[in-house]
Design a binder for this molecule. Structure first.
Ligand SMILES: [Zn+2]
Length: 457
């Protein structure tokens, strides 16, 4: 038998397996795997010797700002950076775009924008604000990934949900067999700490008003509501081991709770924030060394469900040191480097295994999205959606290496071990590393909508 494509000699790593071998691909799917090398023949053969071959990554928390806020990012630039990071599916958040994704029409508008430009596959979140709970059903019918809500200020338009609205949202998402993903910071506490804090330095004032209690109190409150309504809750971007522990404790008691963290909480501390400033501003903020070490331990021990970038870019001006820190945009430009960063700081240092990292960024988010084992692993019958990573080459992040629309990021200056060589989706090479950087090889719009519609699975 001659396969369309054979990937040979690579180290094939999934959440369950790690072996040197080869993979035969026919059309969009994986046909066979072998732990011997030189057995399969293909019309095209890719030599992956000394490289890692892994299932494509899924990043379930990104803000690509399209439509309407495309001076920050759009579906083409965002998905190009994603592909360069080995990401083959993203889930785009319902805010930081215009119109906000709060009803059927705005959901359809975003879907059109993505269909035109996205080079990787995509899911779309809907939003829950103070007055749109009646719109959730229609967005769910359109295939919404889940519904995002805030317990704190999230812009004048994205009016955050109070307790009554959250409770209604939980009841509705349960009825619709979906879930809520919540940004957990308590608005009353933020305001109280902000008023009490000395106003001297903008950055210190920011940290004072986003203290740990802000996140832990909000987390405790939303867990209570999820438990009371028997609904599914996903805790977005946990920055503290205490938040992860609360989620696990509730789950051990039968609650339907999952939790993610992001690389910014694993790679940076408040000391780094004082050094880097604007490009590292995000909420919740980065924490101290103890919190960072605690999160790494929890990742290793399987207490965190998956990782996501919370990619939320801005222009250089919006991140500028010239601005008062309170006016700097909060959000990290980072989807391009999540795997490289955690491979370098987690796997190469021995903090977590490579199979664990692949689980956290591929198998687990695929399972969370009901896409496993079509996605998130490499086995016969799975989609030929995978990444070839060259772990030997040191990679320095420079402004020039950023493929996002705006060339600011807290990762600039970091040196990572290795880089993504090739990204494949459904048997097609969609991008590869050339002499002068990562190049996309498919047309804008190659990516497909991956709707969470039970009937269509
Ligand atoms: Zn976010």
């Amino acid at each position: 038998m001659i396969y369309d494509v054979v990937i040979t000699g690579g180290r094939i790593v999934t959440a369950k397996d790690d072996f040197v071998g080869e993979m035969g691909i026919n059309g969009a799917n994986i046909a066979t795997l072998s732990d011997e090398v030189g057995r399969l023949s293909g019309r095209t053969t890719i030599d992956a010797e000394n490289k890692l071959v892994m299932p494509g990554f899924l990043d379930l928390h990104v803000h690509f700002n399209d439509p309407g806020v495309t001076h920050r990012e759009d579906f083409l630039t965002g998905s190009t950076a994603a592909a360069a990071g080995g990401v083959t599916l993203i889930a785009d958040m319902p805010l930081a775009n215009d119109p906000l994704t709060l009803d059927e029409q705005s959901f359809a508008a975003k879907r059109r924008a993505a269909a035109e430009k996205c080079v990787v596959d995509y899911r779309l979140w809907g939003g829950l604000i103070d007055d749109n709970v009646d719109n959730l059903e229609a967005m769910r019918a359109c295939g919404a990934h889940g519904f995002k809500a805030f317990t704190c200020y999230a812009g004048d338009e994205f009016k955050f949900a109070g307790e009554q609205v959250l409770r209604a949202g939980f009841r509705e998402t349960k009825r619709l067999d979906t879930f809520m993903g919540i940004h957990c910071e308590d608005e009353q506490l933020i305001r109280r700490f902000a008023e009490a804090a000395p106003k001297s330095s903008g950055l210190s004032h920011f940290l004072d008003s986003h203290r740990q209690e802000v996140e832990t109190v909000a987390t405790r409150n939303v867990i209570k509501l999820a438990v009371a309504t028997g609904s599914r809750l996903h805790i977005c971007h946990a920055s503290l081991p205490e938040v992860v522990s609360m989620a696990r404790e509730a789950r051990d008691n039968g609650a339907l709770i999952s939790v993610e963290t992001c690389p910014q909480y694993l790679l940076f501390t408040t000391e780094d924030l004082h050094r880097i400033g604007g490009p590292l501003k995000c909420t919740p903020p980065v924490r101290d060394r103890q919190a960072v070490d605690g999160l790494w331990d929890q990742l290793r021990d399987g207490l965190i469900d998956f990782i996501a970038s919370d990619h939320s870019p801005a222009t250089r001006e919006e991140k500028s040191a010239e601005l008062p820190f309170s006016e700097v945009w909060g959000g990290i430009n980072g989807i391009q480097f999540l795997f490289q960063a955690l491979y370098t700081e987690g796997v190469c240092t021995g903090r977590i295994s490579l199979t664990k990292l692949v689980e956290l960024y591929s198998a687990a988010p695929a399972a969370f999205s009901d896409l496993y084992p079509r996605r998130g692993t490499l086995e016969p019958g799975s989609e030929a959606t995978f990444v070839i990573y060259d772990p030997k080459i040191p990679f320095e992040v420079t402004e020039q290496s950023l493929l996002t629309k705006n060339r600011q990021s807290p990762y600039i200056g970091k040196v990572f071990q290795g880089r993504v060589d090739e990204t494949w989706i459904r048997g097609r090479l969609i991008g590869s590393y050339a002499r002068d950087g990562f190049k996309i090889m498919v047309e804008p719009g190659f990516g497909q909508f991956s709707g969470a519609i039970p009937e269509k699975r």
